[in-house]
Design a protein around this ligand. Structure first.
Ligand code: AMP
Length: 443
């Protein structure tokens, strides 16, 4: 009997769910949410070509920036819970607007989203709460940046303060590269997002992602994950939105997780409360495991992509209750998330050229896919005139599998990938190399 059976008896209405966003992340959320028998219909605005392959899902073409049109349509649809996937609408205050209209919303308001949309604000927040993170300097001009870079005796990382689609972080190899990174940001490479620059001490260690579902005061954790950000094998090449992931990560055992909770997660939530920020959504902690302990590299105010696609298949049908409880501010804090005892891995199939220039519109052929514990979540796809599936983004498909160990997971994932083809398909063959016992460096 599940721990949520009681809550399901007290007639929660979850007939109609709305998910905002158009990526693999939102499709995987829909896939996990549809498992619950209370859920009758899931709308995705705008979703993508893969959304309607998911049970109970329909897409809607509504401009979310036209808030009045959105409000009118939602009234008609009788939506019981709204889940906002991406950071931009959260940073633009969409959750605040919808809450004012009395909707239950999973996703922080503009105040909470600032953890992601202003890196300097997030650093000051961590400083206020004594949360371990790399030392930093907030700078408002190139002159100021130059002085700090010139006098620095430690390697620095250069970051645009605001949202930059994951492209605003530079890891320079020299002071010259540091100057030119700061210069390009101040010269408008990221528009207003680069009005302020954060210079940060470069720290070292493996990275892990931790996700806390919050209801404003309490939280519950999802399984940990590790993603591969670099484009090429051996974790080389430019940073991307993510080329693959696996969950959970063996790097964080129970003791270490308790340390992360004590030093990072609880102080973050306490500081939000102290600052009167009623954070109802997920906090994604991007952490580095350094020699001196865990440090926060970044906060995000939404689920990670592809970590979300990787974690969602481990959730059981009660997942949607957690989202609802967060939206209502009534987590007990004692929820034990029902996850499968399997491990999960995800590989992203991308368009040739990504994360730089790439072409779209190529037909996607999908052969015989293993249906057992495997999912394909569309990340960037569209339908052609005759209903054919076409590429429509840099990251095209997320191929996700679960099994008893990572060797089996990735064996299955790569076997399925052999059945998928489109012009210029590129994917890394070494996703999860750290956890694959049978992985040979020659692969
Ligand atoms: P972010 O967008 O802040 O997650 O940064 C992107 C990537 O840059 C991170 O995943 C890290 O690999 C790297 N990075 C960010 N900040 C630092 C830092 N202070 N030291 C070393 N690497 C960093």
């Amino acid at each position: 009997m599940s721990i949520y059976s009681e809550s399901s008896k007290i007639s929660i209405k979850l007939d109609n769910i709305l998910i905002i966003g158009n990526g693999g992340r939102e499709n995987s959320l829909a896939w996990a949410i549809q498992k619950n028998e209370l859920v009758k219909k899931i709308y995705l605005i705008p979703g993508n070509a893969g959304s309607e392959r998911i049970n109970k899902c329909s897409r809607m073409e509504i401009d979310i920036n036209d808030k009045n049109e959105l409000a009118d349509k939602l009234e008609f649809l009788k939506i019981d819970l709204i889940v906002i996937g991406p950071e931009i609408p959260l940073a633009n205050g969409l959750a605040d607007f919808l809450r004012k209209k009395n909707y239950k919303v999973f996703g922080p308001g503009k105040d909470g989203a600032k953890l992601e949309y202003s890196k300097s604000w997030a650093k000051e927040f961590m400083q206020d709460a004594n949360i371990p993170t790399a030392n930093f300097w907030k700078v408002n001009s190139l002159e100021e940046a130059k002085k700090i870079i010139h006098s620095s005796t430690i390697p620095l990382v250069v970051k645009a303060d605001g949202l930059a689609s994951g492209k605003g972080v530079f890891i320079p190899e020299s002071k010259e590269e540091c100057f030119s990174a700061a210069e390009s940001i101040f010269n408008g490479k990221f528009g207003n997002s680069g009005d302020v620059v954060v210079l940060e001490e470069k720290i070292q260690g493996p990275e892990v992602s931790v996700f806390a579902l919050c209801d404003g005061k309490r939280y519950t954790l999802l399984p940990t994950a590790q993603d591969h950000k670099r484009l090429n094998e051996r974790d080389k090449g430019p940073n991307t939105g993510g080329m693959g992931a696996y969950s959970p990560t063996p790097l964080v055992n129970e003791d270490y997780l308790n340390r992360i909770i004590k030093e990072i997660i609880e102080p973050t939530i306490e500081e939000l409360v102290k600052k009167n920020i009623d954070y109802r959504g997920v906090i994604y902690f991007g952490l580095m495991i350094t020699k001196s302990g865990p440090k926060v590299i970044e906060y995000n105010c939404r689920f990670g992509d592809p970590e979300c696609q990787t974690i969602m298949p481990l959730m059981d049908q009660n997942f949607v209750f957690l989202l609802e409880k967060c939206s209502m501010g009534n987590l007990t804090g004692n929820e034990k998330i029902h996850t499968s005892d399997k491990v999960s891995g995800c590989v992203i199939a991308t368009s040739k050229g990504y994360p730089h220039e790439y072409k779209t519109g190529y037909p996607i052929k999908i052969g015989k896919i293993d249906q057992f514990n495997c999912q394909i979540f569309d990340s960037g796809t569209t339908l052609g005139k005759n209903g054919e599936l076409l590429t429509d983004g840099g990251r095209v498909l997320s191929i996700v599998c679960q099994d008893n160990n990572y060797d089996l997971v990735f064996e299955k994932t790569y076997k399925n990938l052999k059945e998928i083809n489109f012009d210029g398909i590129y994917f890394r063959k070494d996703i999860g190399h750290q956890v694959r016992k049978n992985f040979s460096k020659k692969n």
